[in-house]
Design a protein around this ligand. Structure first.
Ligand SMILES: C[S@@+](CC[C@H](N)C(=O)[O-])C[C@H]1O[C@@H](n2cnc3c(N)ncnc32)[C@H](O)[C@@H]1O
Length: 416
């Protein structure tokens, strides 16, 4: 087969899958994915890999991954959240390979304008080259810190971040047109959500919330370190809101030491826990964290397989509370039949709390929080309403809820 035919076939297969699984929902987003050739943004990458529904790492600094092409299904989800219209003016922060900027330009059409920013000169230069190769050289690529937006071309109908933020920069609010939409990956107490905000009066209010996972923003709005490795190479990774105060050695000793189990008396499913309990705990309890481990290490059973999502490369992960002198982790209770990961035939399992360490406070708090989530009707993260006020703004009406204060914004979470 001709090379171009092969690329087209691979692209068609990917787009068909994204449409079938509901990640692509509108004809405009579908058309862009069918037209813009992802492989031109990933030169030197095997064609099959360029059209897999996977992120592709492209730049590291030391051990840290600092750039890459995002996972197509997450890109599709965020482009749908952005509700783009032809002719609009769009700012993207996180140019990376330039592929998402190409999709944005394709959707807004020749009457629209796309500006994409990357903090690294070399990344911006490569994105520019890829866009030219794809016939999308009219996208403007800027090399600067996206925390300041792009004042020369404001206001923007749409602003999208394709890099993880943990606060909302004043520039993004100020440069958004009054009826504009801002979509960004926002870290909330250790849980990462893709939030689409619109402006209401003088604050931002969420229009939709999805799950996502992104590398973090660098530069003037860089978040505290949130992910650390415990134990030897290949050991468990721990994600928390701020990992700077974690004693890595001691936490690893706790995790590999003795434990005891407590019942919560709540039966649930992996989807319900992943989709709702995580955010509930992150908002209500201090010390919320996610632990995961893959490969050979996972087989040792140190990290409970709470979600049951493991596929090919075996990964186990769980959530819980991390304190100086104890760890309280969620796990599945013993199942009714062997080899079923604790699940009953209907896919439900009993949620238990596994405690490591001598202090049982975290375990008691975790049991109580799980029961409160159950009593509240097991709210899902996708149904949460988020209001984002500028940090110094007065509270608005109906501002009761769970409040998270960030340096530039006050986030209020509510389940109606
Ligand atoms: C996941 S990649 C973006 C993927 C890209 N949209 C694509 O389609 O390939 C995240 C990018 O954000 C960039 N970045 C990180 N911090 C930034 C900042 N403060 N301002 C602008 N770009 C930033 C990184 O250099 C990286 O290239």
């Amino acid at each position: 087969m001709e090379k171009s035919g092969m690329f087209e076939e691979l692209r068609t297969r990917l787009v068909n899958d994204l449409t079938a699984n509901g990640r692509i929902r509108t004809p405009a987003v579908e058309e862009a994915f069918r037209t813009v050739p992802r492989h031109l943004f990933l030169p030197g990458i095997d064609a099959e890999a360029a059209y897999r529904d996977q992120s592709v790492p492209t730049k590291r600094i030391g051990d840290d991954l600092v750039s890459g092409a995002s996972q197509p299904s997450v890109m599709a989800l965020m482009l749908e959240q952005l509700e783009l219209q032809p002719g609009q003016c769009v700012l993207e922060i996180g140019a990376g390979t330039g592929y998402n900027a190409g999709l944005l330009q394709r959707i807004v059409g020749d009457g629209g304008k796309v500006i994409t920013i990357d903090i690294d000169d070399d990344i911006a230069a490569a994105a520019r080259e890829h866009l030219v190769a794809a016939g999308l050289g009219h996208v403007k690529v800027v090399s600067s810190d996206g925390a300041f937006g792009y004042p020369d071309a404001e206001p923007f109908d749409r602003i999208i971040l394709t890099v993880g933020a943990w606060d909302i920069a004043p520039a993004w609010r100020e440069q958004l047109s009054p009826d504009g939409i801002l979509v960004l990956p926002l870290s909330v107490g250790g849980v990462e959500l893709s939030v689409a905000f619109g402006t209401v009066d003088n604050y931002l209010e969420s229009r939709s919330v999805e799950f996502c996972s992104f590398m973090r923003l660098r530069g003037s709005l860089a978040a505290p370190r949130n992910a650390v490795r415990l134990g030897p190479d290949g050991g468990p990774s721990l994600e928390v809101e701020n990992a700077d105060n974690i004693d890595l050695e001691h936490t690893y000793d706790l995790l590999t030491g003795a434990s005891s189990d407590r019942a919560t008396w709540v039966r649930t499913t992996g989807e319900e826990v992943f989709g709702g309990l995580g955010l509930w705990l992150a908002l209500h309890e201090t010390g919320f964290g996610t632990l995961s481990v893959r490969g050979e290490f996972a087989k040792r059973g140190i990290v409970p397989d709470l979600f049951g999502f493991s596929s090919g490369a075996r990964t186990t992960s769980t959530i819980g509370l991390v304190e100086d002198d104890s760890l309280a982790l969620l796990a599945r209770g013993a199942g009714h039949s062997p080899g079923n990961r604790g699940e009953d035939r209907d896919g439900t399992f009993e949620l238990i709390v596994r405690t490591h360490g001598t202090n049982s406070d975290a375990a008691s708090r975790l049991v109580k929080a799980v029961r409160a989530w159950d009593t509240a009707g097991r709210p899902s993260a996708k149904d949460v309403r988020i209001r984002a006020h500028a940090r110094d703004a007065a509270s608005g009406p109906n501002d009761d809820g769970f409040v998270i204060e960030k340096p530039s914004s006050r986030l209020v979470f509510n389940w109606d």
